[in-house]
Design a protein around this ligand. Structure first.
Ligand SMILES: [Zn+2]
Length: 413
């Protein structure tokens, strides 16, 4: 019998014979790839799809970056790993806590378990906010693991990242945090790592700066996918099994005049129930607000008085553009969310709408283009591309982006 590894209640194949690579193309709604392909801008991708698989999967909920990156690297939804947003609120302390610290992670990563089994691991992320979560449990002293971000590539050192002098090594300076270069750095480094470090398992995670600004088919977006295609082709040539997926999709969320389409839910609830009776939490909020002004499609609401539950739900139900409004229990069981990190009510907006808290709290000055955002059910469909045929995927079962490592490792054994 082949040896397997049990990770978060799933049986994974042994350390892969060839390299297994998962690429998370942040915010890559399927249409981005399709539009670039139509103009013949992604010849490698087209070739790879022909010999492999082009499937669609669901993301974990909420369809945000951190929960989904962590889902991909643990193979489970946020009910298991606990990371359900960029931050969460604790009513007992009245504090909003950033969730990018490993102490909030409730499950080991796939990397940690394979590392323990003797595998060589490489992780490169665009933004530094994910790095410590992704690299949790890895040891860097024996040169068997690399984990660093493009954003802080100049600070990478052996002790914390398993690598140093990254910029000289890759031949690229530290990229601007709001740029396509940040993602290109990740892809270029991935190719270099394959050539020289030769890991057993590699994860590359880009940033959705371009996708928040430009629609599928826009020339800037097309340029991004042309860039991606070049490196994807080089990675494919190494013989690795590669799965390309996304953490979430991306939808246009602006009015005809270009201003953001948003329901300011805190203002609405304050006007009905009075100040401080409800607290609207938007888990999309993070220090990189230029992309989205903290406007996404998902919100959770804490009630000061639990007896208000039905009344608040009923008032939110009157808002046509909020499609989902559920109490915590129902929402957490339906969407695999961690109950203790969610408010009493969970809501999600319709395809072209976002949910804000109080209008004056949103700094929209960085939004130079019409808003594009994510977080709800309309942004959970993501591509799932494999560079080889894979019969083991059951087409009758829902595929998730967090199945990516399972199949990438299976395919490389
Ligand atoms: Zn994202």
């Amino acid at each position: 019998m082949t040896k397997t590894l049990t990770i978060n209640n799933r049986e994974y194949s042994n350390v892969p014979i060839k390299t297994s690579i998962v690429i998370c193309l942040d915010g890559s709604q399927k249409e981005y790839l399709d539009e670039a392909s139509k103009l013949n801008l992604t010849p490698n991708l087209d070739k790879i799809i022909k010999k492999g698989e082009y499937l669609l999967a669901h993301s974990a909920m909420p369809s945000f970056t951190n929960p989904n990156n962590i889902s991909i690297v643990t193979g489970q939804p946020s009910s298991v790993h606990g990371i359900c947003g960029n931050f969460f609120y604790t009513p007992s302390t009245d504090k909003e806590v950033m969730m990018n610290d490993p102490q909030y992670l409730r499950a080991p990563t796939i990397f940690e378990k394979y590392y323990e089994a003797g595998a060589k691991i490489a992780l490169v992320t665009a933004k530094d906010k994910l790095r410590t979560l992704l690299g949790n449990g890895l040891k860097f002293s024996d040169k068997r693991a690399i984990c660093f971000s493009a954003e802080k590539s100049h600070e990478a050192n052996i002790l914390e990242n398993g690598i140093e002098n990254v910029n000289d090594w890759v031949g690229m300076p530290v990229p601007e945090v709001y740029s396509q270069n940040l993602s290109e750095f990740v892809m270029a480094t991935g190719v270099k790592i394959m050539d020289e470090f030769k890991p057993d398992i590699m994860y590359l995670s880009t940033t959705d700066y371009i996708q928040h600004k430009y629609a599928p088919g826009h020339e800037v977006a097309n340029k991004f996918y042309t860039m991606f295609d070049k490196y994807f082709g080089l990675l494919d040539k190494t013989g690795a099994t590669i799965i390309v997926t996304a953490d979430h999709g991306m939808k246009p969320k602006s009015k005809k005049d270009g201003s953001p389409n948003a329901i300011f839910l805190q203002d609405y609830l304050d006007s009905l129930f009075g100040k401080d009776s409800t607290k609207v939490i938007l888990p999309i909020t993070d220090p990189y607000v230029v992309h989205h002004g903290s406007l996404g499609s998902f919100a959770t609401i804490y009630l000061n008085n639990k007896n208000d539950l039905n009344a608040v739900i009923n008032e939110i139900k009157k808002i046509k553009e909020i499609e989902v409004v559920l109490d915590k229990e129902k929402a957490c069981s339906t969407y695999s969310l961690p109950e203790d990190r969610m408010g009493d009510i969970i809501c999600m907006s319709s395809e072209y709408m976002t949910i804000g808290s109080s209008e004056h709290k949103h700094n929209l000055s960085g939004l130079n283009e019409p808003l594009r955002s994510h977080g709800g059910l309309h942004e959970r469909e993501v591509p799932f591309i494999i560079n080889k045929k894979m019969d083991q995927i059951d087409p009758t079962k829902q595929l998730y982006n967090y199945d990516a490592f399972y199949y990438a490792i299976l395919g490389a054994n």
